[in-house]
Design a protein around this ligand. Structure first.
Ligand code: C5P
Length: 226
């Protein structure tokens, strides 16, 4: 008898991480950021100078690597991430990792290895898991599935604000919109586990809503279900 699982999927920049962290904190559940695992692996591949073509070496690295995701006490801060005992919390948010991660995440053997690790992490339940394929592949039996969306314009605005808050160099909205649209295209057209709304997922549109509103909406659905 496992504890409840909430799956939150959706495109880049829809606010999944912020919302998933808040929902987890409010309900006293664990939080799993699956994207952080794809990012950490991408960081390691770049670090080791392994060619993206070398799918065998990358698959091996994916299954042998140890990922540690540790929540901060403050639900506002992102969780800290380690891969093979190296902390990569900040490094995995770089523009380089962000622009390359989709290519790594599209490799079937990588997905197989990371999905398996995510399933082990969640086998007892009691968590909010966030990503692209949580409700469809990782936890298809999740108790509540949310598909979080926002327009490309809204998502670009939020990314720009994030970058500003992190003191990163200014990037134009046009550039960000283009990057987001491109990542959407890659994530939703790839052959294996494309970004797709599960048939039993509830779509939550977040344009013009703040984090508290979206969080409350999801918690409402949760109480209706459980
Ligand atoms: O959510 P985040 O933007 O950190 O995810 C980074 C990338 O990892 C996504 O653009 C996608 O290519 C990949 N990803 C995935 N499946 C997941 C989570 C992330 O393919 N469950």
């Amino acid at each position: 008898n496992r504890q409840p699982i909430i799956a939150i999927d959706g495109p880049a920049g829809a606010g999944k991480s912020t919302v998933a962290r808040q929902v987890a904190a409010k309900l006293g559940l664990l939080y799993l950021d699956s994207g952080a695992m794809y990012r950490a692996l991408t960081w390691l591949v770049l670090q080791l100078g392994i060619s993206f073509e070398d799918q065998c070496a990358i698959a091996e690295l994916a299954s042998q690597s140890e990922f540690q995701l540790v929540p901060e006490v403050d639900p506002e801060s992102p969780q800290r991430v380690w891969i093979n005992d190296q902390e990569v919390t900040q490094a995995i948010r770089s523009i380089e990792v962000t622009s390359q991660v989709s290519a790594i995440a599209a490799q079937p053997a990588v997905r197989k290895a990371l999905v398996q690790k995510q399933q082990i992490f969640g086998q007892k339940g009691g968590l909010v898991a966030e990503g692209r394929d949580i409700g469809t592949q990782v936890f298809p039996d999740a108790d509540l599935k949310i598909f979080l969306t926002a327009s490309v314009q809204e998502r670009a605005r939020r990314r720009q604000q994030d970058f500003e808050e992190q003191g990163q160099p200014h990037i134009s909205l046009a550039q960000l919109e283009q990057d987001i649209a491109e990542r959407d295209r890659k994530d939703s057209t790839r052959k294996i586990a494309p970004l797709q709304k599960a048939i039993d997922a509830i779509e939550v549109q977040t344009d013009g809503k703040d984090v508290a509103e979206v969080t409350a909406e999801i918690i409402n659905y949760y109480h209706q279900r459980l």
